[in-house]
Design a protein around this ligand. Structure first.
Ligand code: ZN
Ligand code: ZN
Length: 979
């Protein structure tokens, strides 16, 4: 047998097979183009000469420590659909995969592993620890990439990168060095979000704020008299963190606060034992202080609060850092040194109370920042960090980094291109506003992290003159002596760079920027060719959560550094060509079936790998696509996946049905084509109605699906294909067409061959249409359709169906077929539902009449054998409306309207009136009960407030359905004859 498909659809077997095949055959690799030295004319097949640049997508790199979650699955499904679709439209496509070294997460993981071995990072020392982390990465890193392979993502595996690869690390170093020498990187004391758990600074974006019940302590600070002794007067301040008092260097009041006018110019005594106690602190006047809040006097701790830090700068106050990296009190804390911050708090409150300086303790709920990674309470803390001055003009002149990144999404600003269009389009558009707002209020970017795993900052400190040496741009060697005093006592900075520093560079660095360290010229040419062909990338698909982390930083860095690379013709690179991508599509969140956010604590996390095992990748991909529309979160429901698994089954069975018939045709020596129609086009009006109709429907769905993809309406595209394949191809077309197959009658063999060819043509086109959504089953069936000698290595390398323009004659023929088909469909469904109403048994035949106007009767007559077969009619009479015969001996039965036609079904049945009455009476009671109980719940406001929306929706539906059935049962009861 040529078509040897297993009887049952088993996704696991076929998916494993094809996933391996795609990777092994390197099907989606996009090699570096060979740039011709002189322009070649008449290259009609060349994509670029056709005005199409490559379609390039960068995979948002998952953490090397990561495993696939539902959000990835959605993201990868959406990207893969778009990428497969563009590839099938004939674009040169490149999708680059890779992983991020994820500084904090990876270091934490390895540290935890060390603890179980009874050792620690500190005991190992930096070098051994980093080596150990590399080893970890070799063993466990990239598990997520293996999972992606199984999901069939069509990436170029030959270009897989890791953010700490040598060439990417060189790009990181060069980016730092250039920014430093442009005067945009500085080192300074700053309040950072300090995580005592991770023992590093973390970004604002890595801090999660949670409401927490705490206290507000009101503390009395003794006012000093002219003699420097306590005057007996007190100034009361309120604080939620009494331990920070140890670092107080002032108390601030509003200059016009009438309560405190007499205290202007006075000093206070800090009532705690610190290193240099007693500490006298000034009362400073500042308009920032709110007179309404608390007592109107606030303590000022410049080293432990960002507002106080700013206030301290204004008033030239010293900043005293009182905590170490574990948030224990340091030597500045005097009597409290060595205590954990919360233990110190207890002691301090106790001591103040003893001195009679605790005025009050009030309950207070405030917003406390926690570390996203380890959940520790964040301690704002003064520390020395490295920053990028994002709003500063570089010493080489021109706009600041933030300005460029703003211009990139503004229409016309700085003239990204002649049309005044935006260099980057963000979809959904609302995110564009959010981006601009964030970018406009951007603070300097703290890029240093106190970790060991990551890119170590390329700056050297001099022990002799204490100045910093940063290598010159375009150099590879580390400095051996101080650039300022020549001393050789220099040591490299111990901090590493923020992970987002390296991932922000990816769009430029993966294509070869900065291209300085290619020792062989050949390498330099190669990386330049990649850059020319693939930068800017076309599209970034990612989640809202990393809009600022990653998207914004890529835009800043992309615009900044790509300008160093002139265009291929040597002209300077304009902003429109400097951006890292031309479009950003922000996808939605995947929530659980009740629209709740998935979380480990709630226990409602859906593991995509488990679902894939159960239903197959194709069904899961289709589920996500069918629910994905811009700006709408997805309520993931396994019931839908079950439905799409049934859809895959339907496709499989349709294929088996067709292949079986093709095999029969082969035995009867009937010629069948795969992938083309054999009927003569000049006699199109003689083709069977169902063939014309399905071709017309196919053309329509092809048009709609392409349009939906353009607009990121994955949901529409999926639903169009689904409706077409199941509702039209399987339910109608195949049912019609199979009645015309005849393998034995020699006069019908030619038309049977033609019918099968059209069938295979539409099926093969549907497979290509479905392929971006369901790459596995379509690959399997496509190879089978061609008896395993297909015209290409993969369906993914064939063309996506595009909308055909027919000539006028053909279009009229197709339109008439659509009208005819509608009449036939409605007649058949009309008779079927009437049969049901009458309680006709499935296998019984009935007599029927159909009445219509105009061209309906001839159409119906021509297809009467089909109508008879598909609605189980023994004798069909077709009449014009005017000849309709009502009444007669079947009084209970009447003509029914079915769209453009009326139908009349004759069915003789002896009715046991008493039994029927009893049954209907029972039904009426049953439906009344359902309605009453639904109404009770639907009128209960308490229930409505608590019940999830889908429950309420379901209840309403149930009630409506019961009402419909009730009305019908009552009607039937009334219609029963007396007796
Ligand atoms: Zn932490
Ligand atoms: Zn020096």
């Amino acid at each position: 047998m040529p078509h040897d498909l297993p009887k049952a659809y088993d996704p696991t077997a076929i998916e494993d097979h094809w996933a391996t095949y795609w990777v092994r055959e390197n099907l989606f690799a996009q090699p570096t183009p060979v740039t011709p030295t002189t322009p070649v004319q008449n290259q009609s097949l060349d994509h670029e000469s056709a005005g199409l640049s490559a379609f390039v997508v960068l995979l948002p790199p998952p953490n090397v420590t990561g495993y696939l979650h539902m959000g990835h699955m959605l993201e990868h499904t959406e990207i893969d659909i778009l990428v497969r679709w563009r590839r099938m439209l004939g674009r040169k496509v490149l999708w680059v995969p890779g992983t991020d070294h994820a500084g904090i997460s990876t270091q934490m993981l390895v540290e935890r592993q060390l603890v179980t071995e009874g050792t620690s990072r500190q005991k190992l020392g930096r070098e051994a620890f980093v080596e150990r982390t590399w080893e970890w990465r070799r063993h466990y890193g990239g598990a997520i990439l293996e999972q992606m392979k199984r999901l069939g993502v069509s990436v170029d595996w030959s270009r897989e990168y890791f953010t700490m690869d040598e060439h990417l690390s060189l790009a990181v170093r060069e980016a730092f060095v250039r920014l430093y020498h442009q005067g945009l990187i500085y080192r300074g004391a700053y309040i950072v979000n300090w995580c005592p758990g991770c023992q590093t600074a973390v970004s604002d974006l890595e801090v999660v704020h949670q409401e927490q019940k705490g206290h507000l302590w009101e503390i009395r600070y003794p006012v000093l008299g002219v003699n420097g002794k306590d005057s007996g007067e007190f100034l009361t301040v309120a604080t939620t963190r009494p331990e920070t008092m140890l670092g107080d260097t002032a108390v601030a009041i509003h200059p016009e606060d009438e309560r405190y006018l007499h205290l202007h110019g006075k000093k206070l005594r800090l009532p705690l034992q610190t290193r240099e106690s007693p500490r006298e602190i000034p009362i400073v006047l500042d308009e920032w202080v709110s007179r309404e809040f608390g007592t109107g006097a606030v303590k000022v701790t410049p080293a432990h609060d960002p507002n106080d830090f700013a206030l301290g700068e204004r008033h030239h106050l010293p900043a005293i850092n009182v905590m170490d990296e574990r948030a224990h009190i340091n030597a500045e804390g005097g009597a409290y040194a060595g205590l954990d911050r919360y233990v110190a708090r207890k002691h301090i409150v106790h001591d103040l109370e003893e001195q009679g300086l605790l005025a009050a303790v009030k309950d207070y709920t405030n917003n406390v920042g926690h570390c996203e990674r380890c959940k520790s309470v964040i301690e704002p803390r003064l520390s020395t960090q490295w920053f990028i001055a994002v709003n500063k003009q570089p010493n080489t002149g021109g706009a600041s980094m933030a300005k460029l990144a703003i211009a990139a999404v503004m229409p016309g600003a700085n003239g990204p291109d002649a049309n005044g269009d935006k260099a980057i389009r963000i979809t959904p558009e609302m995110h564009e506003k959010v981006y601009l707002e964030w970018m406009t209020n951007l603070h300097d970017w703290c890029i240093s992290r106190q970790l060991w795993w990551g890119h170590r900052i390329p700056a050297w400190h001099c022990a002799a003159c204490h100045k910093i040496t940063v290598p010159e741009p375009n150099t590879k060697a580390d400095p051996t002596a101080c650039a300022h005093c020549g001393s050789d006592k220099i040591t490299q900075e111990t901090d590493v760079l923020d992970t987002w520093f390296s991932s922000g560079l990816l769009p430029v660095s993966i294509f070869g920027w900065p291209n300085i360290n290619a020792e062989k010229l050949a390498d330099a040419a190669l990386s330049r060719a990649d850059f020319d062909a693939f930068y800017p990338t076309s599209l970034l698909v990612t989640g809202f959560d990393i809009l600022f982390f990653w998207v914004a930083r890529m835009i800043m860095f992309g615009c900044w550094f790509s300008r160093d690379v002139p265009m291929r013709d040597g002209s300077p690179r304009p902003l429109a060509e400097s951006v890292p991508y031309r479009e950003v599509y922000i996808h939605a969140l995947v929530r659980d079936a009740n629209r709740e956010k998935m979380s480990k604590t709630k226990g409602n996390v859906v593991n995509p790998i488990e679902i894939v095992k159960q239903y197959g990748t194709d069904a899961v991909r289709f589920t996500l696509a069918s629910m994905a529309s811009p700006g709408t979160d997805i309520a993931f429901n396994v019931a839908r996946t079950e439905g799409y698994r049934a859809f895959a089954n339907k496709i499989w069975n349709a294929a088996r049905f067709m292949f079986m018939n093709v095999d029969r045709a082969a035995e009867a020596r009937i010629h069948v084509e795969v992938g083309s129609i054999t009927r003569p086009t000049e006699r199109m009006n003689e083709w069977p109605t169902e063939e014309l109709w399905i071709l017309s429907r196919l053309n329509r769905v092809v048009h709609d699906v392409n349009l939906a993809f353009e607009k990121y309406r994955f949901d529409d595209a999926a639903n169009f294909v689904y409706q077409f394949f199941w509702g039209e191809f399987c339910d109608w077309y195949l049912e019609f067409a199979k009645l015309g197959l005849d393998f034995d009658d020699p006069t019908k063999q030619e038309s049977t061959g033609a019918a099968l060819s059209t069938m295979l043509y539409v099926f093969e086109s549907s497979l290509r249409l479905l392929s971006p959504f369901m790459p596995f089953i379509t690959e399997e069936l496509w190879h089978a359709a061609y008896n395993n000698s297909p015209p290409a290595k993969s369906i993914a390398l064939t063309r996506f169906p595009t909308h055909a323009k027919y000539d006028q004659f053909a279009q009229v023929t197709l339109d008439s077929a659509e009208i005819a088909m509608q009449i036939l469909q409605q007649s058949i469904t009309g008779i079927r539902s009437r049969r049901k109403e009458l309680g006709v048994e499935e296998k019984s035949l009935v007599k029927a009449k159909i009445a219509g106007t105009l061209n309906a009767p001839p159409i119906l007559r021509k297809h009467s054998h089909i109508i008879e077969k598909l609605s189980r009619v023994s004798e069909l009479e077709v009449v014009y409306f005017s000849d309709r015969n009502t009444g007669g001996k079947y009084e209970m039965l009447a003509w029914q309207s079915a769209g453009p036609v009326d139908i009349f079904v004759e069915y003789e049945r002896t009715v046991d009136v008493a039994a029927e009455r009893e049954r209907l009476t029972r039904d009426v009671a049953k439906f009344e009960k359902v309605i009453a109980s639904s109404d009770r719940q639907l009128n209960n406001s308490g229930f409505l407030a608590k019940a999830p929306a889908h429950i309420v929706e379901g209840l309403k539906k149930q009630r409506d359905e019961a009402k419909r059935l009730l009305d019908k049962a009552r009607g039937d009861l009334d219609g029963l004859p007396e007796g």
